[in-house]
Design a protein around this ligand. Structure first.
Ligand SMILES: Cc1cc2nc3c(=O)[nH]c(=O)nc-3n(C[C@H](O)[C@H](O)[C@H](O)COP(=O)(O)OP(=O)(O)OC[C@H]3O[C@@H](n4cnc5c(N)ncnc54)[C@H](O)[C@@H]3O)c2cc1C
Length: 348
């Protein structure tokens, strides 16, 4: 009998499985490979200041150093590069916004992440008439590569079954039975599929579709993640990702012409150099109404749990919260109330 079934090998399931195995637990992952899953399509960016109002993101001071150290430790283990730290160049839309950034440097909790101010002539390839502001403690993770290395590792450890999880084969009593397999606990990390999970469909997800372009540009700087109304991420060899859109109603995996046109227009407004589109993808983020992830075991069925709801910030959140959840599972440490699914028990 294994200690844990983990359903889903996206970012959430991978981080949790890796950490549980490192702590000596036996794990059985079940995952259907899905090239459209959120973790496969995500740009992989992490940054300390986010949102329309550009405020310091929840727990940024803890999450970012933890994530950078953790992904580096995976690089050492797999002898592969996954993470690259890279400053963000914020492009203010007015002199007023530029001045506000200057004031925030001294007076705001986001101030310590503001690392430079530039005039527009420093970046002739960009439309930035009001200058640019540099933010530190940012970068990106190559999630596709990381998850593929982890998948090979889990397979080599006989810890991953490649198949669709079928609820009709699941029996929950003192232990968890799934076909011929048995485990003490089961933790669902199915991303957006959790919305139809009979144990967790009460949780208030608010999924959002995101579309993202890949483009080539020979003359654009590859030293910064650039953020205006669209973000631009250099991924090497003069290729860049540009995104992402947000759509809450039409939830499907189809790239749309409307999103391609919108992102292209935003790129044209930002770049003063030619670019050529090479790819266009769409996926659905497992976002949550309250903007905090879901973690924990059900209060009434103590061997059935979830780790999900990473929303737009999976790269920053997953390593830290997987460790936090492990400490809860193995050492009975208290879960942060913001993420503990017990807060939604009245919706059951
Ligand atoms: C366009 C876009 C851009 C993004 N950019 C960023 C970014 O720059 N930075 C960032 O931090 N985040 C970003 N995100 C968000 C990020 O992708 C998510 O936070 C994170 O990847 C979610 O991981 P997850 O493991 O919870 O879900 P998923 O990645 O959806 O993984 C769920 C896994 O479960 C499997 N599964 C589901 N049901 C079953 C079943 N019945 N049987 C077997 N397997 C099953 C799926 O195949 C999948 O492998 C972006 C998302 C999108 C859509």
């Amino acid at each position: 009998m294994k200690d844990y079934f983990i359903i889903g090998q996206g970012l959430a399931g991978s981080m949790l499985a890796w950490k549980l195995m490192q702590k000596g637990c036996s794990v059985q992952l079940i995952d259907r490979f899905d090239a459209s899953a959120s973790s496969q399509v995500a740009a992989g960016v992490y940054l300390p200041v986010t949102g329309r109002r550009m405020v310091r993101t929840w727990l940024a001071d803890e999450l970012i150093p933890y994530a950078e150290k953790f992904y580096s430790s995976l690089e050492d283990y797999f002898k592969t590069t996954f993470i690259r730290s890279m400053p963000v160049l914020e492009i203010p839309d007015s002199v007023r916004t530029y001045n506000e950034w200057q004031m925030r440097k001294e007076n705001d909790e986001a101030g310590k992440y503001i690392s430079g101010f530039y005039s527009s002539d420093k970046f002739p390839e960009l439309h930035c008439p009001h200058g640019a502001v540099e933010l530190s403690s940012a970068g990106f993770v190559n999630l596709k590569l990381l998850l593929s290395r982890l998948r090979s590792y889990f397979i080599s450890q006989h810890a991953l079954i490649e198949s669709v999880f079928d609820f009709s084969l699941l029996k929950v009593d003192d232990s968890i039975h799934y076909g011929d397999f048995e485990a003490k606990n089961i933790i669902f990390c199915e991303g957006i599929a959790a919305q139809s999970n009979p144990y967790f469909k009460h949780l208030p997800f608010q999924p959002s579709k995101g579309e993202i372009l890949t483009f080539r540009s020979e003359q654009l700087t590859q030293d910064y993640i650039i953020n205006k109304s669209v973000f631009v991420l250099p991924i090497g060899n003069h290729l860049f990702k540009a995104g992402s859109t947000y759509e809450w109603k039409e939830l499907n995996y189809c790239p749309t012409e409307a999103a391609r046109e919108k992102l292209t227009r935003q790129l044209e407004a930002l770049l003063r150099v030619p670019f050529e589109l090479t790819n266009h993808q769409a996926s659905i983020r497992p976002s949550v109404k309250a903007r905090r992830p879901f973690a924990g075991m059900r209060t009434d069925i103590k061997n059935v749990g979830i780790f999900n709801g990473l929303g737009t910030k999976g790269v920053m959140l997953a390593p830290y919260l997987a460790e936090h959840l492990c400490n809860h599972l193995l050492h009975h440490e208290k879960l942060m109330p913001e993420i503990n699914i017990a807060q939604y028990d009245e919706l059951l």
